[in-house]
Ligand binder design. Structure first.
Ligand SMILES: NC(=O)c1ccc[n+]([C@@H]2O[C@H](COP(=O)([O-])OP(=O)(O)OC[C@H]3O[C@@H](n4cnc5c(N)ncnc54)[C@H](O)[C@@H]3O)[C@@H](O)[C@H]2O)c1
Ligand SMILES: O=P(O)(O)OC[C@H](O)CO
Length: 313
């Protein structure tokens, strides 16, 4: 299986390093002047089997394309290049919901590339951990079981262990929604509200994730897997997470570098819009959207969540 990775940020670069254990990999980026060490992944030198290019046509020679662009960049990218990607195996790795369309990456890919087979690779994994060769387990989701099995084998390495599922919707939504809850967890810790409050946010956030995802067609058991609960656990508890750190900065009223990729901020707004459309109750996601837009203070947000009507768990 010939593989190219589109998007040379931290994650695309880390995947290139990991997959080079299996053979040659092409890594495409729109700006690759950094040579063999990507500043988004400091301290990691690309191994010899990784070819880096800014020539999209050359990267598209592969039959399997891993897309490692930020979620909000995917739709504009497909507007420009969708037809050129069609007919391949397309494996999305972005974790988010498109703000304009209110759909996940798989739907965007299916519409832009109707003859392609769509999959997602998701789960608890920091780019730096993968690039350092630390053991990592991920979910490979593809509605077509045969292609899913082939991708699972082609993209696993001795330290990157892939589980597979045909529940693409559930795997994709778990990865997108956990980022929103991770921001909330960061706010709690940044504001000094304590570990007990964080456990409450994780648990009630997981209930929100499951409610929305199953309403959109996900299987409940997918949400308890690596792509849902697994990634939620990682992102809500580690300062390596950009979503958690962004929330922490909000909670602590600290400065934040706006060039950092924080998928959960846009996804919270998309979730709030989706929840309103579907009549679903998503109070934590709504609060994250309001906090990220500066429409509510941290004190007010905590107060509003704590004084909602009492209910059954
Ligand atoms: N970093 C991680 O630990 C990690 C782990 C798992 C999944 N992901 C997911 O991977 C996706 C990418 O994250 P990242 O960490 O690589 O982000 P990043 O900020 O490190 O890099 C994003 C890259 O995308 C490029 N880019 C943006 N818009 C583009 C466009 N229109 N055309 C071409 N390139 C464009 C940027 O130049 C940059 O190189 C996110 O959805 C993230 O949730 C990241
Ligand atoms: O740094 P974050 O918050 O984007 O998280 C990276 C990955 O999604 C963790 O699985």
């Amino acid at each position: 299986m010939t593989i190219s990775i589109l998007g040379a940020g931290a994650f695309g670069t880390a995947l290139a390093v990991a997959l080079s254990a299996n053979g040659p990999v092409t890594l495409w980026g729109r700006s690759i002047g950094w040579g063999r060490e990507n500043p988004r992944l400091p301290g990691v030198t690309l191994p010899a089997p990784v070819a880096v290019t800014d020539d999209l046509g050359a990267a598209l020679a592969a039959g399997t394309l891993l897309l490692a662009l930020p979620a909000q960049a995917l739709r504009p990218f497909l507007d420009d290049h969708g037809p050129a990607l069609d007919g391949r195996r397309l494996v999305n790795t972005a974790k988010g919901i498109d703000l304009d369309r209110l759909t996940g990456p798989a739907q965007l890919l299916a519409e832009a590339c109707p003859a392609a087979t769509i999959a997602t690779l998701t789960g608890p994994s920091f780019a730096a951990d993968i690039a350092r060769g630390l053991p990592t387990a991920l979910t490979l989701a593809c509605a077509d079981a045969e292609t899913g099995r082939a991708l699972q084998h082609a993209l696993s390495t001795p330290v990157l262990r892939l589980y597979r599922t045909t529940d693409l919707t559930g795997a994709e939504l778990g990865g997108a929604l956990k980022n929103v809850i991770a921001i909330a967890a960061g706010v709690v810790i940044g504001a000094g509200l304590g570990d007990s409050a964080r456990a409450a946010i994780i648990t009630r956030g997981f209930a929100e994730m499951t409610r929305l995802a199953t309403r959109l067609g996900a299987r409940p058991e997918t949400l308890t897997g690596l792509s849902g609960l697994g990634d939620l656990t990682l992102t809500c508890t580690s300062p390596q997470s950009r979503n958690f750190r962004f929330g922490h900065a909000l909670g602590a009223a600290a400065d934040w570098d706006a060039t950092t990729t924080v998928e959960g901020a846009a996804t919270a707004r998309a979730v709030a819009a989706l929840a309103a459309r579907l009549g679903e109750d998503m109070p934590i996601a709504a609060m994250v959207a309001a906090l990220a837009e500066g429409r509510v203070s941290v004190d007010k947000a905590a107060d509003m969540l704590m004084t909602r009507p009492l209910k059954e768990e």
